[in-house]
Design a protein around this ligand. Sequence first.
Ligand code: CUA
Length: 315
Amino acid sequence: MGDGSFWLPEAGSSLASELDVLFYFVIWVSTIIFVLVVAAMAYFTVKYRRKSPNERPPLLHEHKLLETAWIVIPTILVLIVFTWGFRSYVKLTVAPADAYEVYVEGYKWGWRFIHPDPGFEDPYAELTVPVGRPIKLIMSSDDVLHSFFIPAFRVKHDVLPNRYTSLWFEAEEEGQYQVFCTEYCGTQHSGMLAEVNVVSEEEFAEYLSSRGGDLETLPLVEHGEILYGAQACANCHTVDGSSLVGPSFQGLFGATREFQDGTSAIADEDYLRESIINPHAKAVVGYPAQGMPNTYQGFSERELSALVEFIKAQE
Ligand code: CUA
């Protein structure tokens, strides 16, 4: 782990140093411009102060080069920050396709970390992940708005009830990294802490194989398959590509869905989740407008995650 600096905590992820350089660029450019403007202001205040009550200023014409310069130079600086920031933002937002995925559940007041395969929950307030591998967190909340923040990795995202949000990181060194909730969520908000425990690949493999057991620890895909049967999903949704009352799950994840209101979207985790608990929100073209009955709202977070993982597996 690095030591951090006066301004920022240690940079522990693959993107952290890149974001820090941008941050320092913005800080130093702003500081230099601030100093120049204030110095010029102070200098002119003294130099051009009115020395007697009768003094009148001479008539001045604008200096074309100077005026052009103070329009063009700041514009270029702003465009540099925009381009740089946008490229980093895209990297920060789009998780690599081979990322290791963990479901995160925020609640008043704590975090649960659920590994899809083999399905199990990490011990209280501790997320264990391997070093040097992209980790994607798929997050939702049981109750109110929370926000998941790992300062050392420079990643933060709101965690909302009734939908998934996600963030990703790749830790560069083994160690313990602090997690905060950064959205005021009630009396114990400041105690809503957790730690990311970054371990070596070997240690992580050992950790995975030491877990396992009942339904709660079943791989999410298998848990989802059990629900698919038990909740009668199969009456309307096949997994072989044929259409019944509802669309087949085969090839559904990642496909572009066309809706009856003319819009479309990629079927990602959040779309699947929404379509399970609120099937009318995005009615797919070609299927009855009434969609499926609104009787699928009582799932726990684990059950929803299990169904999402099951649908994802139907390639
Ligand atoms: Cu959860 Cu603040």
